[in-house]
Design a protein around this ligand. Structure first.
Ligand code: MN
Length: 201
């Protein structure tokens, strides 16, 4: 069965004013859809059609570049939509808060490191909070790479990610990527991050 564009559980307008509806709509229906379509085309007729997107990412070095770019794009965006929600943000609790405090000392220090990773990723890419050997780590990746991939500099299980491609913010924030990253804190769905952490454990 071919990969499909996941439906959002909220409206395109729901993340305003932090992320505008037009950006959400184009990002989901055009950009993510293109990754799905191109991934399906790249995998058509191969054994990898039976695999999960996670399994493909974990062995990405065995695939041609279109699978890396579009498979990464599909995994990354599928996660991105779920780690955002309306009426979200604030500070995490429970195991997520414990993991952040253990790794970074405080939520404020985690925010600084995550925002720095997002701001300093040159060109297009993603910043991540991931679990590596049981510990929380912040990293960033170029293009549509992610920490699941066997080619990643920092490998692990991502539990939060922010898209810092210009298509994720340019309509509303133009060149002001740090303003977009600052707004992201208001839409983080910590319940989903906690769910993903539980699945890692
Ligand atoms: Mn994107």
């Amino acid at each position: 069965m071919a990969f499909e564009l996941p439906k959002l559980t909220y409206e395109y307008t729901s993340l305003e004013p932090h992320i505008d509806a037009r950006t959400m709509e184009i990002h989901h229906t055009k950009h993510h859809q293109a990754y799905v379509t191109n991934l399906n085309n790249a995998l058509a007729g191969t054994d990898a059609e039976k695999l999960s997107i996670e399994e493909i990412c974990k062995n990405i070095s065995k695939y041609p570049m279109p699978v890396r770019n579009n498979g990464g794009g599909h995994f990354n965006h599928s996660m991105f939509w779920t780690v955002m929600a309306p009426n979200a943000g604030g500070e995490p609790t429970g195991d997520v808060a414990t993991g952040i405090n253990a790794a970074f000392g405080s939520f404020a220090e985690f925010k600084t490191q995550f925002a720095t990773a997002a701001a300093t990723r040159f060109g297009s890419g993603w910043a991540w909070l991931l679990v590596k050997d049981g510990k929380f780590v912040v990293s960033s990746t170029p293009n549509q790479d992610n920490p699941l991939m066997d080619i990643a500099d920092v490998k692990g299980s991502p539990i939060l990610g922010i898209d810092v491609w210009e298509h994720a913010y340019y309509l509303h924030y133009q060149n002001r990527r740090p303003d977009y990253v600052a707004a992201f804190w208001n839409v983080i769905n910590w319940n989903e991050v906690a769910k993903r952490l539980k699945e890692v454990k």
